[in-house]
Write a protein that binds this ligand. Sequence first.
Ligand code: NAP
Length: 256
Amino acid sequence: MSKLKNKVTVVTGGNSGIGFGIAEAFKNEGAVGAITGRNEKTLNHAVEILGNNFISIPGDVTNADDLENTFKKTFEKFGKIDALVVNAGGIVDGVPLGTIDTVTEENYDSYMDLNLKSAYFTVQKSLPYLNDGASIILIGSSAAHRAAPGMAIYSAAKAAIISLAKGLSLDLLPRKIRVNTLSPGSIDTPVFGKIVPEEQLAQVKQLWIDITPVGRQGLPSDIGNAAVFLASDESAFIVGTEILSDGGLTNISLMK
Ligand SMILES: NC(=O)c1ccc[n+]([C@@H]2O[C@H](COP(=O)([O-])OP(=O)(O)OC[C@H]3O[C@@H](n4cnc5c(N)ncnc54)[C@H](OP(=O)(O)O)[C@@H]3O)[C@@H](O)[C@H]2O)c1
């Protein structure tokens, strides 16, 4: 109930799926802070559930001014920032993923902008406001380790996130700011509705369950629990590395 007591947190993309699961887990452990996203309706709804200790700050993570505004507003409200979760990402609205014969340069750039560039600049823009000793959690993906159809660019962006956690931890050593990657496997969130039509949703989710050794999709709360650990002082000796929360998807084969 109090692993994050008095900690001020920022979760980008905290209005949906994994980000909301992380914000809820943070709240349950006594944290306060801000969630961000572009959709004001889902932001308001999320804050209603999270309660008075959380505020919502609308913004696009691919926009430098919006990022600056996020950290400025959080700092003005709470006076410090102890933990940052760089979670916003995934599917670019209206832009299909695909195999190399179908992807345009524009599509490539939009996926890299959302899933890699925005993560780098989210961290950069947070730095003037972050406490020394803060924890930064980058949301990666098991996709960085295991190819899936049409996902090459997304997977490459997430692989680069794992590398960023190492390089940025080195850059930030003088301030004792730890940067780690938390990589989910297949997690049951609204993202699937952005990729496949409603009538195929159950079938696609079942495909993921079939290849996940623990026999289920993860829940946003599974990622939330791991994020609590990385944001807390219990993980003080963990820096520049990756934690997989994927039900064994990456490292265990079910082949008989
Ligand atoms: N679900 C999985 O199986 C899975 C597995 C591995 C990794 N991940 C990663 O986990 C993270 C969250 O994914 P999810 O499954 O929770 O998906 P989701 O439910 O679609 O949530 C995506 C979040 O990112 C925000 N977002 C997207 N584009 C944005 C932009 N340009 N500016 C600001 N916010 C933006 C969305 O808010 P708005 O739409 O309001 O902007 C939303 O809050 C992503 O980084 C994803 O790559 C997911």
